[in-house]
Design a protein. Structure first.
Length: 232
């Protein structure tokens, strides 16, 4: 099945304390964006090939993204566009630039540089079968609901999963979910939430605790340590 990949790389990196947008922060001499591009290049050689990519970036970083794409040697068409105010806006903008011939769309945050080709492939396979799929890991910590600085409830962790990216969907399902979100003013932190609201099935693909989303300097330090250990 033909698939389009969307890489969300429009984050500012304010919480990271970076002078450049998050996707262009370097780890081990490479930008976060370059890690995702390199992984998607590997996916392109698997059963569900990536036939095109769309990357959302902050205004003024289009040329920097083009340089990363050129260095990655992807061999598929790549469109680069300025992202929206929120992540959801960025995905909607990118989705509008994907080809109607693509049957699947896989969305990934550049801030998760350690997602593997195997996770991408598993999400694509599950989405092709079920309509939607996300990378996720089972919640391992005890969860507490807090109000006014005090615990109001303990949440049983059985059956709870922590959502990650990549997230893959049949293109028509994702397009319909985003159109509904605009019409009804729905805001969500991930695409799976929007798709779930339409009643579509979204399966879970167990991923890895290494697939960390870099938000803070502490997250960056952890990922740097993991990459260093994998390189040694």
């Amino acid at each position: 099945m033909k698939a389009s990949a969307i890489i969300v790389a429009a984050g500012s990196g304010v919480r990271l304390g970076s002078k450049v947008p998050k996707a262009f922060v370097k780890i081990g001499g490479r930008t976060m964006l370059s890690y995702s591009l390199g992984t998607l290049r590997q996916v392109s050689s698997q059963a569900h090939s990536i036939d095109e990519m769309v990357i959302t970036v902050p205004e003024g970083f289009e040329n920097a993204a083009r340089a990363e794409v050129a260095a990655a040697g992807l061999g598929v068409p790549v469109k680069i566009t300025i992202g929206g105010i929120e992540r959801q806006d960025s995905v909607r903008i990118a989705l509008g630039l994907t080809s109607a011939e693509s049957e699947l769309v896989i969305v990934h945050d550049a801030a998760r540089p350690l997602a593997t080709a195997a996770i991408f492939e598993a999400c694509l396979s599950a989405a092709a079968r079920a309509g939607g799929a996300i990378a996720a890991i089972p919640v391992s910590d005890t969860l507490k609901r807090v109000a006014d600085g005090a615990i109001s409830a303990t949440i049983a962790r059985s059956g709870l999963w922590q959502a990650q990216t990549p997230q893959a969907f049949r293109r028509d399902v994702l397009v319909a979910a985003h159109r509904r979100a605009v019409t009804e003013g729905i805001a969500a932190t991930d695409d799976a939430d929007l798709v779930e609201r339409t009643g579509a099935r979204v399966e879970v693909v167990e991923a890895s605790t290494n697939n960390i989303k870099i938000t803070t300097a502490s997250d960056l330090a952890i990922v740097e340590a993991i990459i260093a250990s994998l390189s040694s």
